[in-house]
Write a protein that binds this ligand. Sequence first.
Ligand SMILES: Nc1ncnc2c1ncn2[C@@H]1O[C@H](COP(=O)(O)OP(=O)(O)OP(=O)(O)O)[C@@H](O)[C@H]1O
Length: 368
Amino acid sequence: MSNTIIQFKNVTKQYDSDPTVLNDVSFEIEKGKFYTLLGPSGCGKTTILRLIAGFTEATTGEIYFNDKRINQVPANKRQVNTVFQDYALFPHLNVFENVAFGLRIKKMKKTDIEAKVKEALSFVNLSGYEAREIKEMSGGQRQRVAIARAIVNEPEVILLDEPLSALDLKLRYQMQYELRDLQKRLGITFIFVTHDQEEALAMSDEIFVINKGKIQQSGTPNDIYDEPINRFVADFIGESNIVKGTMTRDYLVEFVGKRFECVDMGMNTNEPVEIVIRPEDLEITSFDEGMLQVNVHSQLFRGVHYEITGIDQDGNEWLVHSTKKANVGDNIGLKFAPEAIHVMRFNETEEDFDKRLDSYTEGDANEQ
Ligand SMILES: Nc1ncnc2c1ncn2[C@@H]1O[C@H](COP(=O)(O)OP(=O)(O)OP(=O)(O)O)[C@@H](O)[C@H]1O
């Protein structure tokens, strides 16, 4: 049996006010994993959730749930529950009744409702809070009530639309752990929306990075961090140094007037490229030993490391995370390993990136 639970095939969504909210989006969601839709405000994340939940219809394209086309299936007939940003709890009902609400609508037997609500509240560590009013609950507790209300219906998929954004930072971290742990214990699919890249990296099995109504890249947090396919992804995920360069020949790339060994993934000779080097991959050394030379522009102490910026001879700014100190105004050298240089094509799409890698690895196999 297929492990795919949700599939989007060439889905487009248009509004009169916004003609390309989603532009030909295709993806597959597998059962039992934690997915994150990550992207800046207005990129179309919530629209994808609303299409899955059945709160809005696709303009074109197909949406499948367990291999059945569900474009016209109403929201209440879908095996999906949503946890909203503001939790959408009923303020006049207590915790028990908030969680029981959906089951009462389904006209479930009273004893079954009691058992299920108890179980759901225990899952989110709220046993004993049944009689509390919503206004007597803290932000984190309200969040857990909202989750209990979603899981009590035993949906196959839970959609979470920026559910942690109302919480302060400490509670937010705690809830990240709790949500991740809950998803593992329940074993059901979570689709989580955020614009916070750290949150996405910490929580997800798979991330879809979205911009301007298109999925820019999908993959595990490691894949996306280590192999961003274009400038948008490299910039949006983590901190990056991005400069322009040219592939001079296989495994050699030129930038800031010098040639460096790099890991080549099927680029053409003389092809203009963009280079990404993460700040933690740059090491401070003496001016003469440096592979690049920069003049130190600023330095901030960040507890675990110093955050240093330096300007090279071409005027590019380099961000360095280093346990070593530098002094503003000093000329210093920077060192890095060939594997730290990540070479990207200009504006490459995920489809073209995959094709390039396929033909490159096939080429490798033919040479052996
Ligand atoms: N009902 C609607 N009518 C018209 N335009 C809409 C409607 N809903 C969303 N849009 C537009 O669609 C675009 C994408 O919205 P969406 O809510 O999916 O973005 P988002 O990535 O979730 O953003 P945010 O992080 O700010 O919630 C926006 O430009 C928005 O103005």
